[in-house]
Design a binder for this molecule. Sequence first.
Ligand code: PD2
Ligand code: ZN
Length: 308
Amino acid sequence: MNTQHSGTRVVLQPVTPELKKWLEAQTAKGQSRRSIFKAMLDAGWQPVSASHTMQLTDQENADFGVPAEALAALLASAQLPVALSVVPDAVPVPRPVVDSSGTMVDAGDKWVEVIQHRQDPELMVFANLLSAAECDALMREARPRLSRSLTVDTKTGGEELHVDRTSQGMFFARSENAVVQRLEARIAKLLNWPVKNGENLQVLRYPPGAQYRPHYDYFDPQEPGTPAILARGGQRVATLIMYLCEPDAGGATVFPDIDVKVAPRRGNAVFFSYGQAHPVSRTLHGGDPVEAGEKWIATKWLREREFN
Ligand code: PD2
Ligand code: ZN
């Protein structure tokens, strides 16, 4: 159910048992009521929704700046017990600057060709962003350090083995070696977004049969572990997937909501941005199963602010 509230589109959702458990766990950990409230706002909650969910006292509402009229309006509505989950306002995202011909982007140490470009969401495919030597160097350094891929668990803010992902992966440290450093600088210039806002470069290897089931790369604001993740640089706002080794068959990156399929060509990359951490971003995407050969990628996720 959608409704209008303070100029922001909101969706009515039940207070889930997970959310209740998260609130209890934060309290048990000694987190103050104010810091829990603040964490919820950072995750995109409206003050009135967080107040209602946390059952703030009148005094707390006054102390935390929750508008009394908005709260009264919510309590008077017949919509309890619910929390209001916000379709977040759009935040700034990386935007590559395309030249006047509409086909080239300055990436600092080289110009890169745009071979596919669409809006809503903005999605670009770059040709030859990486040289064959750079692809090989990343795979050579990554290979001995690969392990079964983890994904961030937004229920806890930690990492867990995830059945949706059957690839093997590793992360490079920031500017760990000359190639990583050069690519980080190139990507920052290409995407017009600071190096410091980038997560560490990740390398994934997909053997035959491996896939990455469709997902969103942003952290779900409704999940209780998300505030802890967002403390390290805010939301993810864009993704750059670089293809290091193309499989013999399968392994396309697919965007079901916009009917886009990107072939995994060695050296090429696909970029897409999402200023709203919500399915309205239409950035659902997955890696099709590899049917023959191996697929290797390097992924750069971009945060709103400095990632640390
Ligand atoms: O390997 C891919 O095609 C793929 C698909 C979906 C990679 C990612 N997500 C990712 O690295 O986030
Ligand atoms: Zn992804």
